[in-house]
Design a protein around this ligand. Structure first.
Ligand SMILES: Cc1cc2nc3c(=O)[nH]c(=O)nc-3n(C[C@H](O)[C@H](O)[C@H](O)COP(=O)(O)OP(=O)(O)OC[C@H]3O[C@@H](n4cnc5c(N)ncnc54)[C@H](O)[C@@H]3O)c2cc1C
Length: 560
């Protein structure tokens, strides 16, 4: 059996930052990841990372914008800490070697992003995530770190109320492995593949969130799912908010800049929930375009000119040209909202601690919560670094004093029994068919607009799919890179999370941030200014509620 003091699962920005912090605190650290670290979804981030470094801007304005953007569900104490850490975090990443774009005077270039009072989003062209990820990976390269690459976390071993280690699957050799650990940090990233149309990579299947839930951690605010307003129609590939930050316009089929109706002051730069709903409303009212992939609106960049488009939005140009056959220099880009981000996740405090001793979480898999009901663009890359570091430090401190972990001989068999049973079956359900049905269900009933009848139907369908998953079958018996097996694993995880999302959405009888109920169109602070917590029970999620951290920002109506 392998042994480490701290095991960090996930090698995106959050996991790498956690690992670095734990190593610097003197612990023996292992990083376990199902992908090569540089293939983590963090590397797909385009637009940028927020920090109030401009003369006109201030940390207080960043705090206020984030609180307002969250529709007053974000914990204000955590948000204050987060925004104060922003400047030092960006400077540190620059010292690690991130090459950020510069203004004419040599200072860090900043672009306007939705919901922000000032241009606050620092960027490296439209490849910010990759620039950060590469710099951090190079920085980690100088440290003593054990890497378990292309290993899938299968189970967290929790006994006597604390983490004892993990069981994992080595994709390359097809073997099951045990690692005893005093502390585990989950930084397993997004879960966007629960939806049919998403900007998230194929690997974003919420594994760590589901496994924490299985191990007794409470999930927080799962019903809040962000849809990004501008994704390419057929593929769901993201067209960064930076495109609107640089001056891109949204137009309906009559050529109107329809955002004037929905956000008269900031138009295209309203927060994401507002713009996504506006697009869906325009199309629903017959004012959009229609084509073989459904309704859409236009994102126009042509007036920005070739030079600006090709220098500031290089990657967007490539995506539009290769995946939609559109040249944004001369043609409008057809766009429609797609699932983009999970505000909810494994509930943690501002140090990354969960309700299970020795278990920490950070990044998109976690919910502190600083994004509340709606995340502002540019705040997520920052979150991975700020809270990745906190979780790494807290895990290191805990591991320093915790007793040696105790793994039992039966742990490996218990964790791998279900997988072996899937492969031994003569017939059963195809995981990819179950996945496709789940994605369609979530898209139709738990999307941008929700209502009671749809959510009840969503619950019924997801529960039926979960029951069918009990009979899932893996046909491929190969040992090496058995994608049929990992597909089944991931589908099971996503079905757990889909149920927590839809049950939480059904219970929340108000509209707040990204959760828009047509039958309860108003925000209801008296009853609902509180976090949803979902714990795993034998019959499905058991909901309870927790207060929102409050410092000095009174809730007001959110208009842009
Ligand atoms: C297309 C796109 C563009 C974005 N642009 C921006 C932006 O401009 N600004 C911004 O602030 N935010 C942006 N975001 C959001 C932001 O990039 C993510 O929230 C953030 O990078 C997530 O980082 P992470 O470290 O939590 O997870 P990830 O970077 O996704 O890393 C997850 C890691 O977990 C590992 N993992 C997962 N499951 C398992 C398992 N079962 N076993 C072992 N390892 C596992 C993976 O291998 C991976 O290494 C964007 C997101 C997308 C999808």
């Amino acid at each position: 059996m392998l042994r480490h003091e701290v095991v960090v699962v996930g090698a995106g920005l959050a996991g790498q930052r956690a690992a670095l912090a734990a190593i610097e605190a003197g612990r023996d650290v292992a990083l376990l990841t199902k992908l090569h670290p540089l293939r983590s979804h963090s590397g797909a981030a385009q637009g940028g990372i927020n920090a109030a470094v401009g003369a006109e801007d201030s940390v207080d304005t960043h705090i206020f914008d984030t609180v307002k953007g969250s529709d007053y569900l974000g914990d204000q104490d955590a948000i204050e800490f987060f925004c104060r850490e922003a400047g030092p975090t960006v400077v540190e990443m620059e010292h690690f070697g991130t090459i950020f774009s510069r203004g004419p005077d040599g200072s860090l270039a900043r672009r306007p992003f939705g919901g922000a009072h000032f241009p606050r989003t620092i960027y490296a062209a439209d490849r910010t995530g990759l620039a950060l990820l590469q710099a951090l990976w190079e920085r980690l390269g100088g440290e003593h770190l054990t890497l378990y690459e292309e290993w899938d976390l299968l189970r967290l071993i929790v006994r006597d109320g604390r983490v004892q280690g993990v069981v994992a699957f080595d994709r390359r050799r097809g073997t099951f492995e045990e690692i005893a650990a005093k502390a585990v940090v989950l930084a397993t990233g997004p879960a966007g593949r629960i939806y049919a149309r998403t900007t998230n990579a194929h690997s974003c299947t919420g594994d760590g969130i589901a496994l924490a839930y299985e191990a007794g951690a409470a999930l927080k605010d799962m019903e809040f799912v962000q849809f990004h307003p501008t994704a390419l129609l057929e593929s769901g590939i993201l067209i960064t908010e930076g495109a609107r930050g640089e001056g891109g316009l949204l137009k309906n089929a009559s050529g109107d800049r329809f955002m004037a109706t929905y956000a008269p002051h900031v138009l295209e730069l309203a927060s994401r929930d507002v713009v996504s709903r506006a697009i869906v409303t325009e199309i629903g009212a017959g004012r959009g375009f229609s084509g073989p992939y459904g309704g859409y609106v236009h994102l126009e960049l042509m007036h920005l000119g070739r030079e600006k488009i090709e220098s500031r939005l290089q990657e967007i140009c490539d995506f539009a040209r290769h995946f939609a056959g559109i040249d944004p220099v001369t043609q409008p880009i057809p766009v429609y909202p797609a699932q983009h981000y999970m505000m909810g996740g494994i509930g943690t405090d501002a140090k990354g601690a969960t309700n299970v001793r020795g278990l920490y979480a950070a990044g998109e898999a976690a919910c502190v919560s600083i994004h509340g009901a709606n995340r502002l663009g540019g705040n997520s890359l920052l979150e991975t670094l700020v809270f990745g570091k906190q979780a790494g430090l807290a895990a290191a401190a805990y591991a320093d004093t915790a007793a040696a972990p105790e793994m039992h001989a039966s742990d490996l068999d218990d964790a791998t029994g279900p997988l072996r049973a899937w492969s031994a079956k003569p017939d059963g359900e195809d995981p990819s068919a179950l996945r496709a049905e789940m994605q369609a269900t979530m898209e139709q009933y738990v999307g941008i607009y929700r209502d009671e009848a749809g959510l009840l139907e969503g619950i019924r369908r997801i529960r039926a799919l979960r029951a069918r998953f009990g009979n899932v079958r893996v046909v491929d018996r190969s040992q090496v890179y058995n994608l049929n097996l990992t597909d089944a694993l991931e589908t099971g995880h996503m079905l757990e999370l889909a149920e927590a999302i839809v049950v939480g959405a059904y219970a929340r009888t108000e509209s707040r941030g990204a959760h828009a109920r047509t039958d309860f169109p108003k925000r209801d602070d008296a009853q609902w200014m509180r976090h949803t917590l979902a714990s795993r029970g034998p019959e499905g999620p058991v909901l309870s509620y927790a207060p929102v951290g409050y410092t000095r920002w009174d809730p007001t109506e959110r208009v842009y």
